[in-house]
Design a protein around this ligand. Structure first.
Ligand code: URA
Length: 433
């Protein structure tokens, strides 16, 4: 087989066989096929797409490039929720302990953030003394005893994805549905869970800019996942606004604790409750969403879900007490006001601008090597639908850096205000199985 023939074949939109796709992936991982040929091949895929068969073959070859996690020691059904990445997305932190209150287990590996969207591991590492880089045995034991565990990537899972993603990132080939679908599904399958709910986001803060392309991506992932005999489903969700009222690492843990303690942003609570309800129905714990919602609200309100979170944090050495102290949470040297530019109602808080500003303030990484300031971030005290007068403070930017006044001007522009009240905001746009 020759790589140049495979590039040519795909260039003329001819379907590739498993052996051909496996040849590309194995050759790239072991270094026998150079970057420039794989870049050309990625571009042919970008323009010509892939059939469902080819996307499945690509996923299979990617999985075979590394190890697969064996979670069979966990007897309960193992569920995962995967978000395609959002601004202020702390949903995993909130739903994992809720799920652990039911007859399910959540063994979740998460990543670090890059660019506009934060990573669950960075958020967790704002908890003093926590160690989320755990060996597989400890991970599995914690899931068995607590009901869930979130850890950083471990083992050599899907090395092909790490190498391919880095190449896609610099060759303009990230936003291709078959490449995204095979990248995500390969990691989900290799991580060993049985039931996976995908949260496919669309909007300004997301890879997919509209609901229709998010649906197309979701359908592709559900189709590929099904071929591995795993249960995949997807929520299509709106990422035009940040999730909840806080963006930043310690801030998002703080906001998650508020929800788990039955306080905080009711809209964020609703998103988390609905997400778990879909997962509980998908995993056949409840036949109807309403029944699931009732039980989920119960485990939040009686403190069981928070206790699970505290148990998990303690198992990995973390100290949650500091989150009771607002002076510790909001400890940055600068607190800059974000003001309403006119009278009216908030119609949108542009997630992309908020994500970028939080990153510049220190909450995220522009490059992989950048370090993170766990206490930097943005807090909104006004939300979608709230009425404001010109000059009202709608939020604050917290930072330990010196920030250019243009950044505050951008943040103020990102709060879209119109004269009349907007319609109710719908976060979950649709559900697909
Ligand atoms: N997230 C992934 O894991 N892979 C992609 O290709 C895009 C988003």
């Amino acid at each position: 087989m020759r790589m140049s023939d495979i590039i040519d074949k795909k260039k003329y939109d001819t379907e590739l066989s498993f052996e051909e796709i496996q040849y590309v992936i194995h050759g790239y991982v072991n270094g026998t096929i150079p970057d420039y040929q794989v870049s050309a091949w990625l571009m042919t895929v970008y323009f010509n797409g892939m059939s469902e068969e080819e996307a499945f073959y690509l996923t299979k070859a990617m999985i075979e490039s590394g190890d697969q996690l064996d979670l069979s020691a966990i007897s309960k059904a193992k569920v995962d929720k995967h978000s395609t990445g959002g601004v202020g997305d702390k949903v995993s932190l909130i739903i994992a302990p809720i799920i652990a209150c039911f007859d399910l287990a959540m063994a979740k590996m998460s990543g670090r953030g890059l660019g506009l969207t934060g990573g669950t591991i960075d958020k967790l590492e704002s908890i003093p003394n926590i160690n989320v880089e755990q060996p597989v045995d400890t991970f599995i034991d914690t899931v068995k005893s607590v009901g869930f565990a979130l850890i950083g990537q471990t083992g050599n899972l899907v090395p092909a994805d790490k190498k391919l993603y880095a190449l896609r990132d610099v060759t303009g080939t990230v936003d291709s549905i078959p490449l995204i679908a095979s990248s995500i599904v390969s990691k989900k399958i290799a991580a060993g869970n049985d039931i996976i709910l995908l949260d496919v986001k669309f909007g300004q803060g997301a890879f997919m800019k509209d609901a229709e392309s998010a649906k197309e991506l979701a359908a592709s992932m559900i189709g590929i996942g099904g071929r591995f005999n795993k249960k995949f489903a997807a929520l299509i969700t709106d990422m035009n606004q940040p999730l909840g009222s806080m963006v930043g690492n310690a801030f998002e843990v703080y906001e998650s604790i508020e929800i788990l303690k039955g306080r905080g942003d009711s809209h964020l609570r609703q998103i988390c409750v609905d997400t778990v309800a879909y997962l509980l129905r998908l995993s056949e714990q409840f036949a109807e969403l309403d029944e699931a919602i009732e039980q989920i609200n119960k485990v939040i309100d009686d403190g069981s879900a928070y206790n699970k979170f505290a148990e998990y944090v303690q198992a990995f050495g973390g100290n949650l007490d500091v989150f009771e102290d607002e002076n510790w949470v909001f400890s940055c040297t600068s607190k800059l006001e974000i003001k309403a530019l006119c009278d009216g109602y908030i119609h949108q808080i542009d997630a992309e601008t908020i994500g970028r500003a939080a990153m510049i303030a220190g909450a995220g990484r522009e490059k992989k090597e950048d370090s993170i300031d766990h206490h930097a971030g943005i807090q909104f005290i006004k939300q979608y639908g709230d009425e404001v007068q010109e000059g009202d403070v709608v939020g604050y930017l917290y930072t330990n850096k010196s920030i250019a006044s243009e950044l505050i001007a951008d943040l103020q522009q990102a709060v879209h205000i119109k004269p009349s009240a907007p319609a109710d905001h719908k976060h979950i746009y649709s559900y697909m199985e």
